[in-house]
Ligand binder design. Structure first.
Ligand SMILES: [Fe+2]
Ligand SMILES: [Fe+2]
Length: 360
């Protein structure tokens, strides 16, 4: 309480109230914050650190019952299994000849391929083959295993809505009884059926909540970005494209959106903030993101966390090459619940004053 010392009568009342698992709203008023005050903080994992840890994990840790995936814990979340309040990002390594055994869970997963080509994720009996820059989906409760039959390691970023599913007490997990789910569909079947821009197969009546297209290839993504390199784009995000569900045009997953955004050489966006958190992966290029006045200088392979309601602006520091950011965002949840809010920074020409720099 902010008031002066309690009288004996008041103190006695509070003690008995608390013992009965009751609290007064007058004691909790500070939690009705004027705006979001997330515990998650802006943070960055440099690619040099991630690459070294990944390499070492391959030497030290076998692929056992669980995946060899390094989970990125937000330093503000007190050891919780969470990169933001709603999402976990991880970096996973699968060595030549390895299989990560089949399981399924209610958290939804995406994989963004960082390194290595020709390994696969099998989703409900379909092998989805990976190339660097590809986005692969594992919808909620779909059986999945991973295999690497190539002679090179494969590394990808996982993004899952684990903290959200935990907060909703909706976690279910199940191991498949043998290491791999028998194949029931041809390789990349979902691309064959659903991978046609603006053309949907009319005979498919099922409308799953998650995109039925499981693979969004880097080739098409890069073609689209390139084709748009001379448009104005968004003042806050540059040429930002959202991967969509081919049948509905909505976010590809109910709880997570995936974006790819290009910052042209020398481009500097204006600052804004919004509810919802994001995790960025630097696909190519070099630049900086200013988050609440702190500079995060990034390069290829770095992973950066943006908490809810933090001011942010991005810049490509190269005068020659494009920079590309992939991100996962919890925006669909905020939209669905009517909690999305956004505001632009008005002062200082829309740019923040940089007061500190992140040092890894
Ligand atoms: Fe999984
Ligand atoms: Fe933003």
């Amino acid at each position: 309480m902010t008031r002066q010392a309690l009288t004996t009568v008041e103190a006695d009342f509070h003690e008995r109230m608390h013992a009965a698992q009751i609290h007064g709203l007058w004691e909790l008023a500070s939690q009705m914050t004027r705006h979001p005050e997330p515990k998650a903080i802006a943070h960055m994992w440099k690619s040099s650190l991630l690459e070294a840890m990944v390499r070492e994990s391959g030497e030290v840790v076998p692929v056992g019952e669980e995946r060899r995936a390094l989970q990125l814990f937000n330093p503000g979340l007190e050891g919780r299994w969470a990169t933001t309040n709603t999402m976990i990002a991880a970096v996973q390594l699968l060595l030549p000849g390895e299989v990560a055994r089949a399981h399924r869970h209610t958290p939804t997963a995406i994989r963004f391929i960082m390194e290595g080509a020709g390994a696969y994720t099998a989703v409900d009996g379909e092998r989805v083959y990976m190339e660097p820059g590809d986005l692969i989906l594992t919808p909620s409760w779909a059986w999945h295993d991973h295999g690497n039959e190539t002679d090179k390691p494969v590394v990808w970023m996982d993004g899952l809505d684990v903290p959200l599913v935990q907060a909703l007490n909706a976690m279910f997990f199940q191991m498949y009884d043998v290491p791999q789910v028998p194949l029931s569909k041809p390789k990349n079947a979902s691309v064959h059926l659903h991978g046609h821009v603006s053309l949907n197969p009319t005979w498919v009546k099922e409308r799953p909540r998650s995109s039925p297209l499981l693979l969004y290839s880097w080739e098409t993504t890069w073609q689209s970005l390139n084709a748009l390199r001379d448009v104005d784009g968004d003042a806050h995000d540059g040429v930002a494209l959202e991967y969509t569900h081919p049948q509905t045009g909505c976010s590809l997953l109910p709880t997570m959106a995936c974006w790819i955004q290009m910052l042209r050489p020398g481009e500097r966006t204006k600052a804004h903030r919004h509810t919802g958190s994001a995790v960025y992966y630097v696909v190519r290029g070099a630049g900086e993101t200013i988050i609440d006045g702190r500079r995060f200088a990034w390069g290829r392979g770095d992973i950066i966390v943006l908490p809810s309601w933090a001011l942010h602006e991005h810049a490509n520091v190269s005068s020659r090459d494009a920079a590309v950011l992939f991100s996962i965002q919890d925006r669909p949840v905020l939209d669905a619940l009517g909690l999305y809010r956004e505001e632009a920074l008005g002062e200082n020409g829309g740019h923040q004053k940089v007061i500190s720099s992140f040092a890894a």
